[in-house]
Design a protein around this ligand. Structure first.
Ligand code: FE
Length: 231
């Protein structure tokens, strides 16, 4: 078997969110798909260890915000590489709460949909929640971010809890960089000097050693001391 075949399955990039009373949580998901059109049902796969899983179980509803291509890595990192158990991910960002109580993000979102859970499938490490759409809205025009775009253009990485994580997978970075690449030991993001960190104005051809003091991993926020030089 060649697990690389799985990289050729297409996905999007979304924030799945839910609530438990007044406590909100959301996370990055890529495994979202429409199942039927009458009524509209949508499926999303969520790791059982994640707080969002607990909240969807508790509220029986979830929202999906569809992310734009220009969503910064730091925004994806906030929802994708941090746990809601350590802090409120919605603190300090613009969001709205829908009739179900589920939050949706206002920035970097093409629009959202809300669903009530009508079925679920136990898939071992993950639960596949199937929801009937109860609300939806388009907020902006733009291109939705695909999972491939996130990896190939944004140079994002995948946490171990994602359904599509492949052991040994790491951030994709240009193969023939003249300066050394550095890997974030927290989230596996690779700083590639050939690319820099365009979201934050770091130009291509900036060595890791030349990054300003206070520069942090664009994905998870770890500081420079948590990076190791790639062989
Ligand atoms: Fe990181």
């Amino acid at each position: 078997m060649d697990p690389n075949i799985l990289h050729n399955i297409g996905y999007g990039m979304y924030i799945a969110a839910s609530h438990k009373g007044d406590v909100l949580n959301g996370q990055i998901v890529n495994t979202v798909f429409q199942i039927t059109s009458e009524p509209v049902t949508i499926a999303v796969s969520i790791n059982k260890k994640n707080l969002t899983h607990e909240f969807i179980e508790s509220s029986s509803c979830f929202s999906l915000s569809i992310l734009l291509e220009d969503t910064p890595l730091s925004f994806i990192g906030r929802f994708g590489f941090k746990s809601g158990r350590e802090g409120n991910k919605f603190k300090g960002i613009k969001f709205e709460r829908l009739a179900s109580g589920c939050p949706v993000v206002s920035n970097y979102s093409i629009g959202y949909l809300e669903a009530k859970v009508v079925n679920k499938v136990d898939c071992g490490t993950h639960t596949l929640f199937i929801g009937e759409m109860t609300d939806s809205k388009i907020l902006k025009t733009g291109r939705p971010m695909t999972y491939d775009y996130y990896h190939q253009v944004k140079r994002g990485t995948t946490p171990k809890t994602a359904p599509t994580f492949i052991k040994g997978e790491e951030g994709t970075a240009a193969k023939d960089a003249r300066m050394k690449k550095y890997r974030c030991t927290v989230c596996n993001y690779i700083y590639d000097p050939a690319i820099g960190d365009p979201d934050r104005g770091i130009q291509p051809d900036t060595a890791f050693e030349g990054l300003p003091e206070g520069w942090v991993c664009p994905v998870c926020g770890a500081d420079k001391s948590q990076f190791t030089k790639e062989p």
